[in-house]
Design a protein around this ligand. Structure first.
Ligand code: NAP
Length: 483
């Protein structure tokens, strides 16, 4: 058996997942490049008040490293970060992480990939895997005067914990999943919370109860019960897929349930202001344990006038009103279309990934790109995302990558890449499925690419598992093993 050398870019949930599964397969010649000095990806970056995962934690965890001790149905962010950190240590992944090392260039040498980090160090690998996450480049709004603000201003993914919030006047720009969680946390703490809402989002308010010690004990001591709850939550979440994928009674019922939530808002003027103009679920559904309760607190003001500029004392809106504040929070989202960029990647014939993706980012079955051999992506274009567990997605993608790496180990191949024809055929199928999906009902969101193309998976999770479970040999160009 040959020993493959693997480079993984990013030590977040996906990178740790692959590291653990490589080690489980006895492959230990791998390096995980991590540009910061800590693992955990999005759960390291996002520490804003109120952060929690809106996917139930029993299903937002690795199947090979279950945690019996989740404190709530949907655990807080710090607990999730601690979980990934602990798994990386306990399963021996952490010693493979090269912290503080940003990958700058990846180039095919003719046989292998040469990975060059920003400090100039270069090393060759048989496989390169991008595990850079989707939502990791904060998107800052282009609002005049932002730099003139006299108080503290920061993006939600770069929270400045040295800034006191209790009793402060806070202005919040952005009311997506992040903004909703921040509102839920700050409404009771601050003197005034001014919510600058450009477009209302549909919100599903759900209870997020604490879990009991007995429940933790049961999960720890009865593995079958633990598996049952994992798959129970999985099936529950998957039962919503038809509403996303096809018009019809299930979507209409889901839509009605979500619209009904607005009845929680007593003031008709506020209710009107919080009613989105788009179809429920077209943009990512915001799930919150307390959004509608919090937004009605006397400390909170929802401002729907557009932002004209930021002044040293606060935010000036188009109706001429100045909304004074001490702290300005930008919950304005992320560039979800960057994928592994700005890493400069060059394939065998000199084509760069930038060239290959000139029309829009695309990938064979979400994981591989024609013309880029022995290269895989986690959460690549058209990966299932939305309100599904990305941990489950990462495990399925890792399994697919490992199938190929094992073939290389057994000297069945030296290199593999999907054909352009197979990738085009996959996109023809996506184009055919798109019009039925709720994401094509006329809204803008990060689910759509810059060219208006769908960048999420237009089928049910079951289909995704099927696509990841087997290699279709005729879809690949391979070179036989020479060494
Ligand atoms: P987002 O959904 O992209 O929302 C960004 C918000 O900022 C929107 O309300 C947007 O308004 C507003 N905005 C952006 N630029 C603006 C400007 N110049 N002026 C005024 N408003 C502006 O970002 P996010 O809330 O950070 O969420 C991103 C994704 O992260 C989510 O979709 C979800 O996948 C993930 N997330 C998950 C969880 C979880 O619990 N699992 C929690 C947080 C986030 P418009 O709507 O008008 O564009």
């Amino acid at each position: 058996m040959r020993s493959p050398k693997v480079a993984v870019v990013g030590a977040g949930m996906s990178g740790i997942c692959l590291g653990a599964l490589l080690l489980r397969d006895g492959i230990d010649d791998f390096t995980i490049y991590e540009k910061t000095d800590d693992a955990g990806g999005t759960w390291r970056d996002n520490t804003y008040p109120g952060i929690a995962c809106d996917v139930p934690s029993r299903f937002y965890q690795y199947t090979f490293a279950r945690n019996p001790d989740w404190s709530r149905v949907m655990a807080p962010g710090a607990e999730i970060h601690a979980y990934f950190d602990r798994v990386s240590r306990e399963l021996g992944v952490r010693s493979h992480i090269r912290f503080g090392t940003e990958v700058a260039m990846v180039a095919w040498t003719g046989e292998r990939w040469l990975v060059t980090s920003s400090d100039g160090a270069a090393e060759e690998y048989d496989f390169v895997v991008s595990a850079t996450g989707i939502l990791h480049h904060p998107r800052y709004p282009e609002i005049p005067g932002l730099e003139d603000f006299a108080g503290s201003a920061f993006h939600s993914a770069r929270w400045d914990h040295s800034v006191p919030l209790d009793g402060a006047r806070v202005a919040l720009i952005g009311t997506g999943s992040t903004g909703a969680q921040i509102i839920g946390n700050l409404a009771d703490r601050v003197e005034k919370l001014t919510v600058l809402q450009r477009t209302p989002h549909w919100v599903m308010q759900m209870k997020n109860p604490e879990t009991s010690r007995f429940n933790a004990w049961l999960h720890r001591t009865v593995p079958a019960y633990d598996r049952l709850t994992y798959h129970g939550w999985r099936l529950f979440i998957e039962s919503f897929s038809p509403a996303l994928l096809h018009p019809g009674p299930i979507r209409r019922f889901g839509s009605w349930q979500i619209r009904r939530q607005l009845r929680k808002v007593k003031d008709p003027v506020l209710r009107e202001a919080l009613t989105p103009p788009t179809e429920p679920m077209c943009r990512r559904l915001v799930i919150s344990s307390n959004f509608y309760d919090a937004i009605q607190k006397p400390t909170v003001e929802v401002v729907t006038a557009s932002i004209e500029r930021i002044e040293p004392e606060g935010v000036r809106t188009s109706d001429g009103v100045l909304h004074p504040c001490d702290v300005l929070v930008l919950a304005t989202g992320f560039d979800a279309h960057a994928y592994l960029r700005p890493i400069a990647m060059t394939g065998p014939d000199g084509t760069t990934l930038e060239d290959a993706w000139a029309s829009y980012p695309h990938a064979y079955r979400t994981v591989a790109v024609p013309g880029f051999p022995n290269f895989f992506m986690f959460m690549g274009p058209n990966s299932p995302v939305g309100n599904y567990s990305l941990v489950a997605i990462a495990e399925a993608q890792a399994g697919y990558m490992l199938d190929w790496i094992r073939r290389w180990q057994r000297a069945e191949i030296d290199s593999m890449a999907p054909t352009t024809q197979a990738t085009d055929a996959f996109y023809d199928e996506i184009a055919a499925a798109t019009p039925d999906t709720v994401w094509a009902t006329g809204c803008t969101s990060w689910y759509l690419g810059e060219a208006g193309n769908l960048e999420v998976f237009p089928w049910a999770p079951k289909r995704f598992r099927a696509l990841m479970s087997e290699i279709e040999d005729e879809d690949f160009a391979t070179t036989p093993a020479a060494r």
